[in-house]
Design a protein around this ligand. Structure first.
Ligand code: CP
Length: 313
């Protein structure tokens, strides 16, 4: 594995340069190869501690960070907010001070408010990994998405990805499109006018219908979940209407199949909204690969980041 200057935290994609992105993505490859072995562990983080701090629900991200840390031989603590003193009114910084006293080496944090992982990073010597903060960023999702596209397309430059759905509320769309652009992958957005921000990056193409999507000949269709929990107003008339206009139904799946395009989704999926049961079984779906790559990428991230806690002699 190649070497690179150390970095303490991973908070977003914007601050990563290409050599750092390449470092993480290339190191994720041998970590993934490890999964084929009967013993899937390496001693890289033996004696180190990883604290999973999830203030919002998560299945994939929280469990894959836990698996990644275990496979690196780290000790893992899962901090469950619903059974912690946070519900008694303890402030975030008081919680962090308490956790800092435990001298964790890595804090993986998800929070509904954008910017919280950055605040935590300023108040701790532990390495902080943003596992998703509000509408802002989900950098490890973007990295696992890039790894997945590069596995299918080793010559990924100039490949085309259209991201479909609720772009406005999606930290995944923000981080993944930014990373794809840095890697030379073309990105387009398609979704309801109310859920596609007009002012976001000028490098993005905006498509207005499924016909325009098919005419653009994307290599990958990347569906997003409609984030009903983040929507304060009515952004589209009804779920049925959304499915009719934007969902991946049988007819659209047939068009995808004819083009040989691949399908991605960060999960969790809303069956019957953005995707049908039939589309979930599509032979070119990369959804399970994304989950597997999530473990490898998160191993590479934990391996890369260097906490300021303690000095090894
Ligand atoms: N993709 C993603 O962040 O999924 P979870 O919410 O299950 O972690």
């Amino acid at each position: 594995m190649s070497e690179l200057k150390p970095r303490k935290d991973l908070l977003d994609i914007e601050s990563l340069d290409l050599s750092e992105i390449e470092y993480v993505l290339s190191n994720a490859v041998p970590f993934k190869q490890l999964f084929q072995r009967s013993v899937k562990k390496v001693p890289t983080l033996r004696g180190k501690t990883v604290l999973n701090l999830f203030y919002e629900p998560s299945t994939r991200t929280s469990s894959s960070f836990e698996v990644a840390a275990h496979r690196l031989s780290a000790d893992v603590t899962n901090f469950t907010v619903s059974s912690s003193s946070v519900v008694k009114g303890e402030s975030l910084l008081d919680t962090i001070e308490t956790l800092q006293a435990m001298r964790s080496d890595y804090i993986v944090i998800r929070h509904k408010a954008a910017g919280v992982p950055g605040i935590v990073a300023q108040h701790t010597k532990a390495s902080v990994v943003n596992a998703g903060d509000g509408f802002h960023a989900h950098p490890t999702q973007a990295l696992l998405d890039a790894m997945t596209v590069r596995e299918v397309f080793p010559e990924h430059q100039g490949r085309r990805v259209v991201i479909v759905g609720d772009i406005l509320h999606s930290r995944v769309a923000r981080s993944t499109s930014t990373l794809f652009h840095k890697l030379g992958i073309e990105v387009a957005y398609f979704g309801p006018g109310t859920l596609v921000p007009a002012e976001r990056h000028d490098f993005l193409r905006r498509l207005m219908s499924w016909e325009e999507v098919f005419d653009w000949k994307p290599d990958v269709i990347y569906l997003l979940r409609v984030q009903l929990e983040r929507q304060e107003g009515a952004f589209f008339p009804s779920i049925a209407e959304y499915h009719k206009m934007y969902g991946l139904n049988s007819l659209r799946l047939d068009r995808l199949r004819q083009m040989g395009s691949w399908l991605m989704h960060p999960g969790p999926v809303n069956r019957g909204v953005e995707i049908t049961d039939e589309a979930m079984r599509y032979e070119r779906s990369l959804i399970s690969t994304q989950v597997e790559n999530g473990i490898a990428v998160r191993m590479a991230v934990l391996h890369w980041l260097k906490p300021e806690n303690g000095v090894d002699s």
